[in-house]
Design a protein around this ligand. Structure first.
Ligand SMILES: O=P(O)(O)OC[C@@]1(O)O[C@H](CO)[C@@H](O)[C@@H]1O
Ligand SMILES: [Mn+2]
Length: 444
């Protein structure tokens, strides 16, 4: 009788080969560790939350939720088992507006891979996005828990634990805002504040800690030699040139995590507007709970309301929240939602997969991509040689001048000088996954 192969027989004990797409099939990659260890933990945490907070959830979502919580927990145990035994993916069956696009992607990958995609065979980006989409689908298919966000509690707790850091940053930003017209735009500080804000995500690998230093301005000084590529001068040049020649300057911010990172992004956006380097800002956020801490529209509004509640303790935070509300009311700022950001497509596929979005981004003076997941999608989830140029790695994706502000939390990179990857690895073995190093890369 033939021995039944276990899925681990399909995993090869190598790092991701150069120029190949990241996948959990490479056992010495961060993709493998993520799919083997981190994704099942995420599902377990959702189950634990449903068990622990059952009564509160029933209070909020109604009596029907009592039975449905049990059913949903059963579905999540099944999902975890599918993952851990490398079962084939399934077509989605809910009525979400993005379901046709997900299922078309499934068909395409099935054709390309010659079989139905599986967790430890397909690309890492597909497997990881698919898990978050299946979690969402489980709630969508219920009657009472359709809008339940299993990561809301973690996002809210993370917000509360970073209030002191926000207060320090808020004081600094308000001082800058008051000095506009007198002082120059505080470019060095503001870009770094938004850059290192990306350390505050909730799906961080074990071993990567948040800064001990609570003062974000001191923290950016401590980390100043950890920015491996800093092409921010080119980004300011684009904005300064536009400010000289044009009346309208649109900046698109493809946002990442809610809480402190979003707060820092809004501080950057507000300062850019005050110093006339932007006339319109569009924040692109997710339509569903995503990678634990990613921003949804409701998280954005929740944060503004919370900041207003601090009017006694931290009046500056409330002042900022009022300013931001006004920017939204005056249609200087927009919150943009769209399905594309939670599809598994990499960005070189945007033009064909969502040409309207591509055209919209093409109207921007500058696009700022925040965070690691956006970087993975920008690079086509490919393990480029570290010295490959950023422009080549984008594989034709160029709706407008763009910049990436990314702390490094996944094992792919490009745009380094010869020897730079090796020198950094010699200083810190896990430099590619801890979020202690960062990049500001620009494509004009
Ligand atoms: O996009 P973000 O919030 O900066 O990071 C997302 C992240 O935590 O999730 C992935 C692993 O699960 C990694 O790409 C990265 O470390
Ligand atoms: Mn994120």
């Amino acid at each position: 009788m033939l021995k039944k192969l276990s899925f681990t027989d399909e995993v090869v004990d190598i790092v991701t080969p150069t120029n190949e797409v990241l996948s959990a099939k490479y056992k010495r990659s961060f993709a493998y560790i993520t799919v083997r260890d981190r994704l099942p933990i995420t599902i377990t945490n959702v189950i634990d939350l449903l068990v622990r907070d059952k009564d509160k959830i029933i209070d909020e979502f109604g009596e029907l939720a009592k039975e449905e919580i049990k059913e949903v927990i059963g579905q999540f145990s099944k999902l975890k088992n599918e993952l851990q035994t490398n079962k084939p993916f399934q077509l989605l069956t809910s009525d979400g507006s993005d379901v046709p696009a997900w299922n078309a992607y499934y068909e395409r990958e099935t054709d390309r891979e010659g079989e139905v995609p599986r967790w430890f065979r397909t690309s890492w980006i597909y497997a990881e996005c698919y898990m978050y989409r299946r979690i969402r689908e489980t709630f969508e298919l219920s009657s009472s828990l359709k809008t339940f966000d299993p990561f809301r509690k973690s996002k809210e707790e993370a917000f509360h634990s970073s209030v002191d850091a926000m207060a320090i940053l808020g004081d600094y930003v308000l001082q800058q805002l008051q000095a506009h017209g007198v002082k120059r735009f505080p470019s060095s500080e503001m870009k770094k504040v938004a850059l290192w804000g990306n350390q505050y995500d909730l799906s961080r690998p074990v071993g990567s800690e948040l800064p001990e230093e609570n003062d974000p301005l001191k923290n950016i000084q401590l980390l100043s030699d950890h920015v491996l590529v800093d092409e921010s001068e080119k980004m300011w040049s684009v904005l300064e040139a536009a400010a000289k020649h044009r009346e309208s300057i649109t900046i698109d911010i493809v946002a990442d995590n809610a809480g402190y990172e979003l707060f820092a992004d809004m501080c950057l956006a507000d300062t850019l507007c005050a110093f006339s380097l932007a006339t319109k800002i569009r924040f692109y956020v997710k339509t569903m709970p995503w990678f634990i801490s990613d921003t949804m529209e409701k998280d954005f509004h929740w944060m503004r309301h919370k900041l207003l509640e601090f009017s006694n303790e931290y009046p500056n935070l409330a002042d900022l929240a009022n300013r931001w509300e006004e920017h939204l009311n005056l249609k200087k700022w927009y919150i943009e939602v769209g399905d594309f950001w939670t599809l598994p497509h990499v960005y070189s596929e945007m033009k064909t997969a969502d040409h309207q979005l591509y055209d919209k981004l093409s109207d921007a003076t500058l696009i700022i991509f925040k965070g690691d997941l956006n970087y993975r999608k920008l690079l086509g989830e490919t393990n480029w040689a570290p010295t490959e140029s950023f422009s080549n790695a984008l594989q034709g994706f160029h709706p407008a001048p763009l910049v990436t502000l990314r702390t490094i939390k996944a094992d792919l990179i490009c745009g380094l000088k010869p020897g730079q990857a090796e020198a950094t690895a010699a200083k810190s073995e896990k430099w590619l996954i801890t979020g202690d190093y960062a990049l500001i890369q620009f494509d004009g």
